[in-house]
Design a protein around this ligand. Structure first.
Ligand code: SF4
Length: 479
């Protein structure tokens, strides 16, 4: 009898809609948010603890970008697989302890494919061990052989069922093989297509699935070409298009135009022109609206259709119910387990059924039944992430650390954004979790100077070389 009771208790606990530790982490995250970010659309603290990223793990890159958010020492640091894996493991363990058992995390530094494929794989495995869903951030200038060696171990066995990569392609980058310097974004379309094809081949040959994001730095020079990029590339296989308006951060030798000319509205309007639709980003928010805009939707043939329309009160009611009732539910769980968990959510909140059915009906009507039957639907997300200028982040962070608030509206706005940051990096040695803006604007220069001594390009008896060899003198790629 006791055995039966114990088994039932275990079953009940395993099929709880949400892991109590995840719920705790979400509650904690919500409490940390500043008041202005605790709005109905906020995902942080309700669906997500935010995105995470690595730092100081492989700073070097073999392309050159203008602008580049890395500090000038990055290309004087040797790529060292042992250092990378150990540091990734340490940072992710700390994030696991502070931010709970599940999060999306970027394996990011300079260029990830300069790592040996085995070290790259070990870093991804370390991230997964700590409950992080990793995405490798690359300039996309690598060959199929590299990808295959990453996905399939030396023993011939598949190491991953699924890989997530972000490929960065834009005209601010120099040195890509076959496109050393390009004037127009359309000249990069064949590289964007090739990038997707590498993963499609990997799936065909080894059954490794993929999620691909397209990253692009936006400057006054290429903003007018965004629409064409979206139009030409949205059927290639990318699941996300992410745009990063350039900021004055990183290596100042690479600042080439007045990036403050760019407004969020102008950039977003261009993306909308390419998508051929209004991109409703106010329905769901990650952190501060001045940092992030996200529009989730479906590509149905030539049309993009939003999953939630922020002008439709019925959609907003569905969103409210989803955020309230599905907090912490892991939609990536094995399907039978997920089905039982969803049934338990439904039993607790029966109104989810009519709300969900009406929302699905609106979505189908928006997409069109005939179009859906003819083309099917592919998830496609548009994102804009606007880093801040180092000149604002430095003083804002200093005041925040002292527990003070600036009287200067620009610095105060920066402090507000940092307080609601959705993109975090970990410093286990000091116990700090810092916004990526702070990492790049404030901490990277000292960190990379120290790494240059720890991992000199030409190993010497503990002494850093005076400068990089010619091949390493190109500045690193921007993300
Ligand atoms: S990294 Fe900077 S721009 Fe990005 S969410 Fe954090 S504070 Fe905002």
């Amino acid at each position: 009898m006791t055995t039966v009771r114990t088994a039932l208790r275990r079953l009940a606990s395993a099929t709880e809609p949400a892991d109590p530790e995840v719920l705790d982490a979400l509650r904690h995250r919500w409490q940390e948010l500043p008041q202005h970010a605790r709005n109905d659309a906020q995902m942080l603290g309700r669906r997500s603890v935010g995105c995470e990223g690595t730092h100081g793990v492989f700073p070097r890159c073999n392309l050159a970008c203008a602008p580049c958010y890395h500090s000038r020492d990055t290309n004087r640091v040797r790529i060292d697989g042992r250092h990378t894996v150990a540091e990734v493991d340490r940072q992710m363990a700390y994030l696991r302890a502070r931010r709970g058992p599940r999060a999306f995390a970027q394996l990011i530094g300079g260029e990830v494919t300069l790592l040996d494929p085995d070290d790259h794989a070990a870093a991804l495995q370390a991230m997964r061990r700590h409950g992080r869903e990793p995405m490798s951030m690359s300039h996309g200038d690598f060959d199929y052989g590299y990808l295959e060696r990453l996905a399939v171990g030396p023993d011939g066995r598949r190491r991953f069922a699924h890989l997530s990569f972000a490929g960065h392609f834009d005209t601010t980058m120099f040195g890509r093989r076959g496109a050393e310097r390009v004037e127009h974004e359309r000249d990069l379309h064949r590289f964007r297509r090739r990038f997707c094809q590498l993963f499609q081949r990997l799936e065909r040959e080894h059954g490794v699935g993929h999620y691909l994001a397209h990253n692009m730095t936006v400057t006054p020079g290429n903003v007018g070409q965004l629409a064409e990029v979206v139009r030409a590339c949205r059927q290639m296989g990318f699941r996300m298009f992410s745009f990063q308006p350039a900021a004055f951060v990183g290596d100042e030798r690479r600042w080439k135009s007045d990036y403050r000319e760019l407004t969020a509205e102008a950039v977003w309007a261009e993306v909308e022109r390419g998508a051929g639709a209004r991109l409703p980003w106010r329905a769901l928010q990650m952190g501060d609206a001045r940092c992030n805009r996200v529009a989730w939707g479906l590509q149905v043939g030539d049309r993009w259709v939003p999953v939630l329309d922020d002008h439709d009160p019925a959609d907003l009611r569905a969103r409210d119910a989803f955020l309230a009732w599905f907090a912490g539910v892991d939609f990536g769980a094995p399907r039978p387990l997920l089905a039982v968990r969803l049934l338990r959510v439904t039993a607790r909140h029966p109104r989810v059924v009519p709300l969900g059915l009406r929302w699905a009906g609106r979505l189908v009507r928006r997409a069109g039944v005939v179009a859906l039957a003819r083309h099917g639907a592919r998830p496609l997300t548009f994102v804009m992430h606007s880093f801040m200028d180092a000149a604002d982040v430095g003083p804002a962070w200093e005041l925040t650390r002292r527990g003070e608030t600036s009287d200067d509206p620009r610095v105060r706005a920066t402090q507000e954004r940092l307080a609601a940051c959705a993109y975090t990096m970990a410093h286990p040695e000091t116990g700090a979790l810092v916004p990526a803006c702070v990492q790049h604007a404030v901490l990277d220069p000292q960190e990379n100077a120290a790494l240059r001594r720890l991992l000199p390009l030409i190993p010497t008896a503990g002494r850093a070389p005076d400068g990089p060899p010619a091949a390493a003198s190109r500045p690193p790629a921007s993300r």
